[in-house]
Ligand binder design. Sequence first.
Ligand code: AMP
Length: 216
Amino acid sequence: MKNIIFIAPPAAGKGTASELLVAKYGYEHISTGDMLREAIASGSELGSQVKNIMEQGQLVSDDIVIALLKEKFETIKGKPFILDGFPRTLPQAEELTNIFAAENLDNYVAIFLDVTEELAMQRSLGRITCKDCGTIFHRYFENKKPKAEGICDNCGGELVGRTDDNEESFKKRFETYINNSKAVVDYYKDLGRLEVIDANREAQESIVDIEKVIND
Ligand code: AMP
């Protein structure tokens, strides 16, 4: 089973795919976006530094996310992992290769989740997440609505939308993604590590293809 680097625009379904893979295979889920949101929620200095940048849908500096990633990596030594939302720029990808080399880690694949902007926006604007257990639901998609409005089916926690899941921020994030991701995609293509998965489908369908890739 390979370690996974997800490369995907916002709301391509990497969060949902990660949830399924963590449950089935016991991956550690490493999301730089979650780490940054935790920093904001905790009221830390780092949090106040990145809050505006994130709300505007821009990228946090490479130095900050690379430092966060390295710290996290120390704590999961040896466990299989999913990188969700990192690397987003070429310098981040290059630094990741250095980290892997230092750990003698060669068992990984970069999975590009290919999705149209229109579908990603629909997903993004309806997305709600449990404050307590992180389960993802959707306001508009029938098969992903919670049983009771605003309440998590799993743990009864409160369901909230992300502050950056609004139309303006989504468009900015998508554009930022398009501008930066090509270099990252090309980087992994050149390394012979890239797999492209059609993510314009239900998560349960794309996951079948993802599983083929990781178990190959
Ligand atoms: P995500 O949850 O992955 O959609 O990330 C939410 C926001 O966190 C992004 O729009 C960025 O502002 C910031 N962020 C997360 N990961 C990174 C990264 N690898 N590099 C720069 N900014 C990031």
